[in-house]
Design a protein around this ligand. Structure first.
Ligand SMILES: Nc1ncnc2c1ncn2[C@@H]1O[C@H](COP(=O)(O)OP(=O)(O)O)[C@@H](O)[C@H]1O
Ligand SMILES: [Mg+2]
Length: 208
């Protein structure tokens, strides 16, 4: 049975697909059998990215497929070491179904209070619905400065949740990489790749 790692948030654009793809890329590079289940059937962004990656023949190849529900994705979990659920930005019900299926639920968030408050409310709702808080963790994205990262970390820690070590800074190069079918660990800039890799490694550590 695969480890099932889910990326969720009510908001779009926070980095769910970005992190899902990077995790898949690093897991595949490490020789693991990995599948990304793109549950955002309206957007299908990871499916599109996968097509771009295949057309450009970028190695390692990663497997991405669209599924309507977490349950449908889980049905194929036996064939993989890691099943990554790339969630939609939508209802709490869909998020709860995804969270129930996952051994680790990652919520990417920005550092502003406008981002942090609803993000914490989302995890509180999952805990209230019976998901153990130890299975929930935050990933900080679009960070500007070390001070901003530290403040966001403190806020989320006080709310009672873990935060992955490492974070993603806001950089056009991350967008450009993904536009071309690459992951955020495969940009043209070694320092940016290393930062992204540190975050992904802490995610892999959290699943073990
Ligand atoms: N740290 C970052 N710096 C620059 N662009 C980013 C960063 N994180 C995500 N993006 C870009 O923001 C957009 C939305 O990210 P995405 O991962 O698709 O969000 P979600 O899946 O949560 O809707 C994408 O174009 C992505 O390339
Ligand atoms: Mg997405």
């Amino acid at each position: 049975m695969a480890s099932v790692i889910a990326f969720v948030s009510q908001k779009g654009g926070v980095g769910k697909s970005t992190l899902a793809r990077a995790l898949a890329r690093e897991a595949a590079a490490g020789g693991l059998r990995v599948k990304v289940a793109d549950l955002d059937t309206q957007q299908g962004t990871s499916v599109d990215w996968h097509r771009t990656r295949m057309d450009a023949a970028i190695e390692p190849s990663v497997s991405v497929e669209s599924y309507k529900t977490a349950a449908q994705a889980l049905a194929v979990a036996d064939h993989f070491d890691i099943l990554i659920l790339d969630g939609p930005a939508r209802t709490s019900q869909a998020t709860l179904d995804i969270a129930k299926a996952a051994s680790l639920v990652v919520q990417p968030t920005g550092a502003s209070l406008d981002d942090l408050r609803p993000a914490v409310r989302e995890f509180h709702a999952l805990v209230k619905a019976g998901i153990p808080s130890g299975r929930l963790t935050f990933a900080l994205n679009r960070i500007g400065t070390d001070a901003e990262e530290a403040d966001a970390r403190a806020y989320l820690g006080e709310a009672g949740y873990s935060v992955l070590s490492g974070c993603l800074v806001e950089r056009p190069a991350y967008r450009q990489a993904q536009n071309g079918g690459y992951a955020i660990t495969e940009t043209r800039y070694a320092a940016l790749n290393a930062r992204a890799d540190a975050l992904i490694q802490s995610l892999i550590d959290a699943t073990e």
